[in-house]
Design a protein around this ligand. Structure first.
Ligand code: A2P
Length: 277
């Protein structure tokens, strides 16, 4: 089983389903990545703050897959947005991963009050020119943050990784990303597992002889989003990827679209700052 591929605005090709690794320890991440790569995943998402880059890197190397066959994303933490910290932070991530470059590097949160995300974006542009990262993007950016970096540099991020699942769709961010040709990556695509119990989703899944998780992941794919379901359970890891083969009817997509409550589960990107954690 393979995920569909999507071409980003910089020409880089990304598998549309990736394994999320938030909250996994090094050992758990190594086991989950091993399962995922065996099942056919070719895209793994981690971050410096997850503190599991070592485990992720070990499993990628142990798989024996050629480097260019596995798409690896990591993220710059809030306190590393400064001019002094940015380069050592990326070097530390690469060192832990055991890689000489990552496929995608993201600014993890904008932290607008900290006032460093424009500088951080300029540095990511430099890292890309140096070949340390193939593609650059952002995470948790709101429309005004996206406008600010594009106005300043003329370069749009390849992706914006945001909280997005059937019961929470940030419509303003989705519209701005469409306008700027920025791909959306959905974090907590299953709503931290809460959306799996939604009766509407359970009913569609039963009718299609699929799991609720597969219905939700297929919905992300239908919208053109990259979905990053997190799991440490081998059977779930494999079955989540099989969502690539699930065909949703347009009316099912429309039904799922009506589940948006506007209530996020995670932090508000306008408010999260190093001193609010
Ligand atoms: P686990 O890691 O124990 O398998 P999200 O990606 O939206 O944050 O959701 C992650 C949560 O959803 C985790 O608790 C994970 O549990 C659970 N999960 C992932 N895939 C499935 C699945 N196919 N069925 C049920 N729960 C799942």
């Amino acid at each position: 089983m393979q995920a569909p591929l999507k071409t980003l605005n910089d020409g880089v090709v990304i598998p549309q389903i990736g394994l999320g690794t938030w909250k996994l320890t090094d050992d758990e991440a190594a086991a989950a990545v091993e399962s995922a790569l065996k099942a056919g995943y070719r895209h793994i998402d981690t971050a410096a703050i997850y503190k599991n880059e070592k485990g992720v890197g070990q499993a990628i190397r142990a798989s024996g897959l050629p480097r260019d066959q596995v798409f690896v994303t990591t993220k710059q933490w809030l306190t590393d947005q400064g001019r002094k910290q940015a380069r050592p932070a990326l070097e530390a991530s690469l060192d832990k991963l055991g890689l000489d470059h990552v496929d995608l590097y993201l600014i993890h949160w904008p932290c607008p009050r900290q006032g460093l995300f424009l500088e951080a974006w300029q540095q990511l542009i430099d890292f890309r020119s140096e070949g340390l990262v193939r593609s650059i993007g952002v995470s948790n950016f709101l429309p005004d943050h996206l406008d600010a970096i594009v106005d300043e540099t003329g370069i749009a991020p390849a992706v914006n990784q945001v909280e997005l699942h059937p019961t929470f769709v940030p419509e303003d961010v989705v519209a701005k990303c469409a306008e700027l040709d920025v791909a959306i990556e959905s974090w907590s695509p299953l709503g931290m597992s809460q959306d799996l119990n939604n009766p509407v989703i359970v009913e569609i899944a039963a009718r299609l002889d699929a799991t609720p998780a597969q219905v939700i992941i297929a919905w992300h794919l239908r919208h053109g989003h990259v979905a990053l379901p997190k799991s440490k359970t081998p059977e779930r890891i494999a079955s989540n990827l099989a969502a690539a083969e699930l065909q949703l009817r347009p009316e099912d997509v429309a039904t799922l679209d009506r589940l948006n409550t506007g209530h996020r589960l995670g932090p508000d990107p306008a408010k999260l700052e190093p001193d609010t954690l």
